[in-house]
Design a protein around this ligand. Sequence first.
Ligand SMILES: [Ca+2]
Ligand SMILES: [Ca+2]
Ligand SMILES: [Ca+2]
Length: 720
Amino acid sequence: MIGSVARPPLPLGWCCPSAAVEHTSAPPGRSSLRCFPLASATLVWFNFFPHPPPLPSFGRFPSRPPARRAASAGAQRGAMPPGPPLLRALLLLLLLLLLHFLGAPARGAVYTNHFLVELHGGGPAEAERVAAEHGFVGVRKLPFLESGYFFYYNGLPKARRRRSLQHKLRLEKDSRVRKAVQQEGFIRRKRGYRDINDIDINMNDPLFTKQWYLINTGQADGTPGLDLNVAEAWELGYTGKGVTIGIMDDGIDYLHPDLASNYNAKASYDFSSNDPYPYPRYTDDWFNSHGTRCAGEVSAAANNNICGVGVAYNSKVAGIRMLDQPFMTDIIEASSISHMPQVIDIYSASWGPTDNGKTVDGPRELTLQAMADGVNKGRGGKGSIYVWASGDGGSYDDCNCDGYASSMWTISINSAINDGRTALYDESCSSTLASTFSNGRKRNPEAGVATTDLYGNCTLRHSGTSAAAPEAAGVFALALEANLHLTWRDMQHLTVLTSKRNQLHDEVHRWRRNGVGLEFNHLFGYGVLDAGAMVKMAKDWKTVPERFHCVGGSIQEPEKIPPSGKLFLTLTTNACEGKENFVRYLEHVQAVITVNSTRRGDLNINMTSPMGTKSILLSRRPRDDDSKVGFDKWPFMTTHTWGEDPRGTWALEMGFVGSQPQQGVLKEWTLMLHGTQSAPYIDQIVKDYQSKLAMSKKEELEEELDEAVERSLKSILSKN
Ligand SMILES: [Ca+2]
Ligand SMILES: [Ca+2]
Ligand SMILES: [Ca+2]
């Protein structure tokens, strides 16, 4: 008989490492198994029965392949009752009918491999004999029932839709057995634990259900599932404990009852009025509510019946008041960015040069130095994390003209609205790394960002990329709690690898794949941040290898840009191969450009990598009528060639896209390559074989193999 007593028990969980796997060939010593997905549970059909009962005809069950039918038929033949053929057939038919009626599944019932067996007496030794004779591998005396035993058989499915009548009948026929009952299965949940596919986080904060960016169930006509996936990170226990985020803004209402408990007063400062109290200055129109709203998105307390819940609701928030004075100075910016870098882990900035579509500006000398110091020395040398809003200039502006957003040292964040489109004010550029959420297109007041507001109030209407950067800061706080050793570059790698396309879309800028297969979008970068995926990957993350910088090449001969058509230039580089600073795997690429033209806003610049990835370095800015300054050694940055091999020929195209003919001269194009010599992901542990990490690792291994083969071929040839 197939599936006899002698078969060794199967270890629990041996089958179905993931629900969809199907074993087509049986391992030695075991009968073949098939796994079927059944809602969230897994149903295992085991080839035990002399007459395998037909699988219930649920639509989602795959029909059994011919090979399996043959195997079953064999089993059937071996188990035929003796007698003349007609009698045998009749008996078989009767048995099948009996099975059909008696074993028919009760509506919705699930049967387990647990049997309650009551004996007439005889004690545990007798019970063990009975169990063994009927093919059960386990037996346990039930203390609450005289002569009652728990029989179990690992070979039976742990959950099935049909009673196992053969077992029941055979047991009941046994003269030693008084009663046999197959146990029905039902659901009990761990308290405080929730299936990730069944989000049911209960917070008593009144705005929590309005915070669609945390958990999007379709509120305000949004797209369900389009959110930061914080629920998964929270489930895993990450809520921002031990992490401090500095909000560089117009102050924080630190007396707010939803913020007070998470306010880090010692790490706070007021650079606008030089005192330790960054409280917002009062105006009639509540103009200075920006910082308070941002702070709530990151660190608003949870389950306190006030406003909503922060992304990292157990993190600390520091107020750095620096926006509220008539003019910004380099010294205020630099002081803010370098304020307590051993205490503040993440700095969130939702400001930058004027978004009027004609400004080209960036950090000045002191601020640049402060940023460099931050990434080199902050957080004990692991580097301060700077999160930057990409800008609110809409399609009239380009964030590559904003030197803060386009800096390699900042993680620049764009925003999507609750249905996956970009907001109308969103600025796009090739330096954006990822996206979070905001509003800016929909009139529904609940489509905005719900958070804390001035003077103990709450709001549903926080908006702009201003709202997007703090969400990212919150997600990074969760990642830092998962792994405090992450460097500023680790955080960027994690962002690239775990951000998702989800349902983000744009009419003009479509999703594309770069040379190593990473999907990116000109507006959204590598997609929307996924807090769950990020903390899981962060937990086991090995710090990426050392970073190197290579000048890939430079063209400094003046080249005319034609009034119509385009200027094409190429640069072939070996990426400093053979030198100490060889860059083999790209992180950031900068194109340092000096150009003058009769209308700067009509200039359009694209750059294509040797692996064929085109980055839009500069789009048209119709309001920018500059004809004098142009760009002077301006570092246009792209993140889109992340992970690529920079060796080969880079192409630059430059042209005018306005209505009037223009003239211009390109005076410099210098290619700056930044990245690692060794494969950045070789040491990382892959848990999800569908992930971008798995794909990138495969790519790395193949490349390393190719290069090793090439090297050995070369050495063989040179010896000959
Ligand atoms: Ca003050
Ligand atoms: Ca709250
Ligand atoms: Ca801008």
